[in-house]
Structures are given as C-alpha cells and as structure tokens.
Write a protein that binds this ligand. Sequence first.
Ligand SMILES: [Zn+2]
Length: 79
Amino acid sequence: MSTEQQQDQKQNDKVKRLPPSVVKDIELKNQARKLAHLSPISIKVRRCITCQQMFESAGNRNCGCNSRGTGYIAGREII
Ligand SMILES: [Zn+2]
C-alpha cells in the first residue's frame, strides 16, 4: 500500500515554485530530449537539503537558497 498522496494543489503556497523562465527552459530541453528519444525532465516537489523548504526541482537538491546571486541557474544539474 502506498501512502504517497498527490497534494500538489494544496501545498502550492508552501512550495517554492520554479521561475517561469526555468520552466520554459525545461520545456525547451524536453523538446530536444524528445527528438533525441530521451525521457523528459520532470519537475518534482522535493525538500531542500539545505533549508528544508519544499520546492519544485528539476533535478536540483537544493532550492537555490545557498547559491543566490550570480551564476545560479535552476536546473543546472540536469544531465
Ligand atoms: Zn533551500
């Protein structure tokens, strides 16, 4: 039995969302991946390993809280 529940809608106010530009970037990457017959990148809600906040992740393990400022691009760890 699975206790996993899909409550994304309910938890929206608690989850740090990806910026639209990043979502767009992932969509573009997914189009390219589809053409290359790769499985698409999925955005999942997970807990930041640094600040414990729930956030939308495209493979990152932290929400960006410890790499704020220049050079940080969400989704950067995507292979
Ligand atoms: Zn964080």
